[in-house]
Design a protein. Sequence first.
Length: 180
Amino acid sequence: MWCSGVQISPRHILTAGHCVMNTVNTENCGNDTSSVVSMMIPSQQLSIYVGTGAAKIDGSSCCDGNIRGTGYKAIKITAHDYDYCGNKDDIALIEISVDIPDKVSVPICMPTEGLPLQQVLYATGSGSDPTIPMTFTTQCNDCLPDVVAQQFISVDESMHKIFATAYAKSTCPVCILLEA
């Protein structure tokens, strides 16, 4: 299984919670959700490949089965209380064994506390857009079209949702490979 992530420090990768969890009894999501159990994948089963973005000269991507980039081992995984059935709290942090050198990759720019916000807010990241359909001819089922930038439209505080327009592109800047 391939997942994408983003480097947020020299030693930390932010990714989706479902990428680091094994979930069983998923067929019970509509009925008895208490029997649906997610268990953390042992960190030894993850390999992190940095510098595997789809912007390759040959047009290949990290999700085509060919491993490229610099490999690192995960030593610690911290995941939020992921809710498979409700598709909520889908976030995890992976600590790798050594710092990623700046010549390989640099962390994204993180905002400082108290940063004054502009009128138009942008979010960047990677995640599937359910409005972009997959087809039977899609070569990599785990490499869904990604939302890579969003422009803020409005906030519904009662629903705790932000509405935005999305710009889709398929990228995999950091790939996380689950080793069986």
